[in-house]
Every structure is written in C-alpha cells, then in structure tokens.
Design a protein around this ligand. Sequence first.
Ligand code: SAM
Length: 232
Amino acid sequence: MTYTIDPVGIIHSCFKEKFAIPRQPQLATAARGRLELFPPFDQPEAVAGLQAASHVWLLFVFHQTLEEKPRLKVRPPRLGGNQSIGVFASRATHRPNGIGQSVVKLDAVEPGQLMLSGIDLLDGTPIIDIKPYVPYADCVPSATNTLAMSAPNLIEVRWDQKAERQAEEHARRLAEPLKELITQCLAQDPRPAYQHPTPDRRYGTRLWDVDVRWHYPTPNAITVLEVVVAQS
Ligand code: SAM
C-alpha cells in the first residue's frame, strides 16, 4: 500500500548545509529555527494549547538524502563510520521512507509559526507532523542503548581573535547567539572519524548567512579562523 504525505510546514533553520549539524537535537541549544506552518495549519486553531508543552516532537523528511533503493545496513558516524549495523538499529538519515524525528524546545507559538531551539534540522526540511512532548510517556529513565549511552565526547574549541570579533559582530546583526552556536556545533567534532587532518587543512560550513571556517591545530582541538558573510 502506498500513502501520500503532505508536509504541514517547513523549517527555516540556522543550518544551511548538512556538515556540522549536530547528530541529534538538544546538543546545540543555540541552534534556532522557525517552523512555518502551511495552510490550513497556519490557523490558530491548529496550535491551540500547544504552548502548554516546553518541547515538541517533529516528524520530518530527510529531503536531502532520499534514496530509491532502501539500505538494510548503515555505518553510523557515531561508531566511527567503519562498523555497519541494521538500519533499524540506527538513526541514520538513509532509511526507509526517509523519516526523521527530533525532540526540540518550543520557544514560542506565534501566528502561523513555531519558534524552536536545540534543532538538528537542515534549512528547508519538510515537517510532516508535530506532537507535544509528553514527559511521563516519552521519558524512560531506565532506558539503555549500549551503542549510544551518552552524548558524544566534546572537543576543545578555540577562537582566533579576529574570528571572535567577527562572530560577535554578526551575532549582534542577526540577533542570534552565533558564537555559542558555532562553539556548540564544532565541539561535536564534525569531521568524519577516518580523517586525521593536518593543521593546514581548512573546514567550513554555513550558519545563518555566514561562512564559518576552522582547522585542527592538534588532533583534539579546533580553532575558529573566520566568520564572514557568505558570498552566494
Ligand atoms: N534526530 C533525527 C532522528 O533521529 O531521526 C535526526 C538524526 S540524523 C543522524 C541528524 C543528521 O541529519 C544531522 O546531523 C544532519 O546532517 C542530517 N539532516 C538534518 N536535516 C536533514 C535533511 N532535511 N535532509 C538530510 N539530512 C538532514
């Protein structure tokens, strides 16, 4: 049987590229976005009462990694990228039907939109449903997962003085916690586990309308080198 699913909205996110997006929500509390609701869900009736919840579940489509042929096994970055496990044992983006789920903080309910933080979603992600987080049912204090028992280890993030000033200026212009966002995302160490870059290798990604560039002066530290307005 085939079902057709129409998005109820779309995310306008701080993350303009997949690279350096945290691998789960809540890991970067400064990661903010706006969920634009599509008609008829842009009417106040559709979100009446939602402000009672501090967090919401978002169900969404991994629209940038949809594939024709379903995979049975995947190699999660969390396991170093060289160990394969069943697709249903992972939260990989390559999965049947390409459906993702994230618990995110609901900062405000506004006409036709929800203001969110702690997101792990790419800009333009189609949202297929929104549900309030229900603590007594959704939080399982005794839960275990031996493949991912705790949040990933963090790496030290240092700032070049010029980059720090640039980040502070753009943060003021955007009225966003940009420096915190960069620090929180880079602390997750976005490089693939198999890469052991020399200090001259540069990495970059786009957050809001700025390009952020960094390098690894040592294997266990990042220095942010530049935060400049994106050219294209
Ligand atoms: N929390 C969700 C889940 O468990 O279903 C997502 C987990 S997935 C491992 C998180 C990664 O998905 C992010 O690091 C980002 O690179 C990627 N991602 C986010 N939005 C996406 C989209 N719309 N299309 C493809 N990949 C996306």
